[in-house]
Design a protein around this ligand. Structure first.
Ligand code: HEM
Length: 143
């Protein structure tokens, strides 16, 4: 009889070999970011920087920042494997008409990294979050 731990290991290896997505229960990044509280602090720090950032602040002039904070926390939480539901628009619908460029995207990422540095989020966790957000770029920037 195969022990449960061995079964789990085999299942993980098989999933990895088949290139299947990691199970939703992989909340390692969520925990590294400090759970919902940690993510909320990161998003707050990022938004403080965004609205002061001369390169991109104008995009947020008409935005309800409290609601944006809520949506971003939900989104980062989901991306990090946390127990959350994202209730916002698709990335395409949220950014359509804003005419965003690669430079805008890079500026936002820079502000996010600065926020995480200020909160002393471990580099590995920073990179894991950025890797989850990077594939959204084509839906966000105007081509
Ligand atoms: C990885 C990059 C990005 C992510 C993950 C992201 C995520 C989001 C999310 C979750 C929302 C809320 C959608 C909703 O209200 O339902 C949103 C809205 C918004 N985003 Fe982004 N975004 C990114 C890049 C950018 C960039 C580069 C800009 C501009 C410099 C930008 C400007 C905005 C604005 C202005 C809104 C609010 C639109 C409104 O007022 O309704 N975003 N974004």
């Amino acid at each position: 009889m195969i022990r449960p731990a061995v079964c789990l290991l085999l299942a993980c290896l098989l999933a990895a070999c088949a290139g299947l997505p990691q199970p939703a229960s992989d909340d390692g990044l969520y925990r590294q970011l400090g759970g919902r509280e940690g993510i909320s602090a990161i998003v707050e720090e990022m938004l403080v920087r965004l609205v002061e950032d001369e390169r991109i602040a104008h995009h947020f002039a008409q935005t309800d920042i409290i609601q944006l904070h809520e949506r971003l926390v939900e989104q980062f939480c989901v991306e990090a494997g946390g127990p959350c539901t994202y209730r916002g628009l698709s990335m395409e619908d949220a950014h359509i008409g804003l005419d965003l460029t690669e430079a805008d995207f890079n500026a936002l990422v820079e502000d996010l990294v600065d926020a995480m540095e200020a909160l002393e989020v471990p580099t590995r966790a920073q990179n894991r979050l950025l890797r989850r957000l990077a594939p959204m770029r084509p839906q966000i920037i105007h081509r």
